[in-house]
Design a protein around this ligand. Structure first.
Ligand SMILES: Nc1ncnc2c1ncn2[C@@H]1O[C@H](COP(=O)(O)OP(=O)(O)O)[C@@H](O)[C@H]1O
Ligand SMILES: O=P(O)(O)OC[C@H]1O[C@](O)(COP(=O)(O)O)[C@@H](O)[C@@H]1O
Ligand SMILES: [Mg+2]
Length: 329
């Protein structure tokens, strides 16, 4: 984190990794905050792929009109294997030099920040990270951009599944996203009143799951919902169903995988506000001379975290929420 005052004239902004609702709001905030400070902005299409393959487009305040409410990302997102190599990052740095770009705003998740940090270390490119992923798995910010939207999308779907589960007195195993982390699974299970939540952060004992379901069925529950994070130890909802279906054949078990609907749709108000704050903050901290940092909001205040710290460890679930889910089900 350096803090020398530098005149930033031109910046680039990109979105990378899994898209998340609110990425557009963040791009808009970066472009508009930069314009306020008379900084030129290039948008880079397709994340690091576009950085390597010269997909730079000039942006101004009009380029970001009417996007704050839209899901996806107007800059497109991608995953680039080439950027994981030194040669790939050298090509990316050469392109940034070609356009006289002083700094990069990378909007994405932990992988995106790992890449940006390497680009900065190897080629002296000033880089600021803006956390955007539905997984909410980044330390240094209470929530990532897109998490609240994905949570609400998943919850709406689970509420609907509960209606039909109840009508048919069925058992549903609902799989939500979260390759390595159970934020969506835990909070949707609390908010929907699910009977059980299976999280990547906890060991899953299939016999124990069966026992709990049996106990609840003895309480004469009319339906059962098990929310399963895709990264759960059992390997997701389909695999779990294979392991338990014979024991619950009378409940006409169904599996529903929510999948990518959780990544799309209009961002919630909270995500739009978070993205607006963080996008503008990224420009501010670049002007102040910071680099290799991530902007976040903690306890409603802006916070800077060195990128190397942000990528160094996994954000932990709140154990009191795990207990709460168990008490209230
Ligand atoms: N270890 C790494 N070294 C260099 N670049 C990386 C590394 N990890 C990820 N990246 C770059 O960041 C991109 C996005 O990472 P990914 O993990 O897919 O998404 P997210 O940023 O949402 O976690 C990758 O496609 C790759 O180009
Ligand atoms: O869209 P893909 O490539 O199938 O990736 C799915 C993964 O992306 C996510 O939606 C978001 O993850 P990242 O933000 O780390 O890219 C995960 O929850 C999910 O496991
Ligand atoms: Mg990630």
């Amino acid at each position: 984190m350096s803090e020398d005052l530098v005149k930033v004239k031109t910046i680039a902004v990109l979105t990378s990794g899994g898209d998340s609702p609110g990425m557009n709001a963040a791009v808009r905030a970066v472009v508009r905050a930069a314009a306020q400070s008379e900084i030129n902005v290039y948008g880079v299409k397709h994340g690091y792929y576009g950085l390597i393959h010269d997909e730079f487009v000039e942006m101004d305040t009009h380029s970001v009109s009417n996007i704050i409410q839209r899901g996806g990302t107007i800059l497109k997102s991608a995953r680039s294997e080439e950027f994981r190599t030194e040669e790939g990052r050298k090509k990316a740095a050469d392109n940034l030099k070609k356009y006289n770009i002083d700094a990069l705003v990378a909007i994405g998740g932990d992988g995106t920040f790992t890449g940006a940090n390497l680009l900065s270390k190897e080629h002296g490119v000033n880089a600021v990270g803006v956390p955007a992923t539905i997984d909410n798995d980044i330390i240094g910010t209470d929530e990532t951009i897109g998490y609240d939207s994905a949570l609400n999308t998943a919850l709406e779907a689970i509420d609907k599944i509960r209606d039909t589960a109840d009508a048919h007195e069925r058992m549903f195993l609902v799989e939500v996203m979260g390759r390595d982390t159970g934020f969506i699974a835990l909070e949707t299970s609390i908010a929907s009143g699910a009977e059980i939540a299976l999280l990547p952060e906890e060991l899953t004992n299939v016999e124990e799951v069966k026992r709990q379901l049996n106990n609840m069925l003895k309480e004469q529950r009319r339906s059962s919902l098990v929310v399963v994070a895709e990264g759960d130890e059992t390997g997701g909802a389909i695999k779990l169903a294979e392991k338990i279906k014979d024991d619950f054949s009378q409940y006409d078990m169904r599996v529903c995988i929510l999948g990518h609907i959780q990544r799309g749709g209009a961002p919630t108000a909270r995500d739009r506000v978070l993205a607006s704050r963080l996008g503008a903050a990224a420009v501010k901290v670049l002007i102040e001379g910071h680099s290799e940092v991530m902007v976040g909001v903690v306890n409603n205040s802006l916070k800077l975290t060195p990128m190397r710290v942000a990528i160094s460890k996994k954000k932990e679930l709140d154990h009191s929420l795990i207990e709460l889910a168990k008490i209230l089900r």
